[in-house]
Structures are given as structure tokens and as C-alpha cells.
Design a protein around this ligand. Structure first.
Ligand code: ZN
Ligand code: ZN
Length: 143
């Protein structure tokens, strides 16, 4: 006589428990697999959206050139990697304005939401920084 036949109730209990845990394990696995995949896809989508938005903003404010607006800058005559470009407030109160609308992506969102208002230009980070440190005039223009 086998154990199973001897203790049918216990065997049934063990079997159903095993099923239960297997089921739980499967659910856990699928749930996490799904959410991880989901998160990865969401991240990719968000990244792609940010890239597109940035491209749109810089294309608009550089009139499609993707170059620095500073005449004395190397990147006014050469293509500038988008990573080196920034949006500059022409009237010079960029810092205060950014504090109000946020920086980076929030700022780009804000520009798009407001239908790309006038008063901004594309500068490379060097010229943007240079202007801020030199009372609103890029050191290139002092030459
Ligand atoms: Zn520049
Ligand atoms: Zn410059």
C-alpha cells in the first residue's frame, strides 16, 4: 500500500498546496516580467518623446539650421550636436524665466505649450554660459 493510498487527505493537501505555490510563482514571474518590460518600453517611449520635443524646439528657434546664433562662434558656421545646444532668452532674463517654468524638458514643454513664443534663440552651451557670465554679451562678440 503506498503512502498516497494510506493518507489520501494529506496527499491531496500537499498537491493542492504545490499547485497553489506554483501558481503564485507563475503569477509573480509574469507580473514582474510584464512590468519590467512595460517599464522599459515606457522609458524608451519617454526618451524618444523628449528627443523629438528637443529636436522640434531647436529646429524652430534655429530656423532649421541647428546652429549657434552667436556670430563669433565656431558652431554658427558648423553643425552643432544637439547636446551642445541650449535655448537662450534673447533679453537676457533667461535665468529668472527658467526658474519660473523649470529647466530642461519642462522648459521645452513650456515652449511648445505656448506655441514657441518669440524672444528665444539657440546658442551652444559655451555661448549661453558666456553671455550669462559677461553681462548678456557673449565674449565672442568682444573680439
Ligand atoms: Zn556658440
Ligand atoms: Zn558666442
Amino acid at each position: 500500500m503506498s503512502r498516497t493510498e494510506k493518507y489520501p487527505a494529506q496527499h491531496k493537501y500537499q498537491q493542492s498546496h504545490k499547485e497553489y505555490y506554483n501558481q503564485k510563482h507563475r503569477e509573480y514571474y509574469w507580473k514582474n516580467r510584464k512590468s519590467e518590460e512595460y517599464r522599459r518600453k515606457e522609458n524608451l517611449r519617454a526618451k524618444e518623446n523628449r528627443r523629438k520635443l528637443k529636436l522640434k524646439v531647436f529646429t524652430h528657434y534655429s530656423n532649421g539650421t541647428m546652429r549657434c546664433a552667436c556670430k563669433g562662434c565656431y558652431y554658427s558656421e558648423h553643425d552643432c550636436p544637439i547636446e551642445f545646444l541650449s535655448i537662450d532668452h534673447i533679453n537676457g532674463n533667461g535665468i529668472q524665466h527658467r526658474k519660473r517654468v523649470g529647466t530642461g524638458n519642462f522648459f521645452y514643454f513650456w515652449l511648445r505649450k505656448n506655441n514657441f513664443p518669440d524672444g528665444y534663440q539657440v546658442l551652444c552651451h559655451n555661448c549661453n554660459q558666456g553671455r550669462q557670465l559677461n553681462d548678456g554679451v557673449c565674449p565672442h562678440e568682444n573680439k
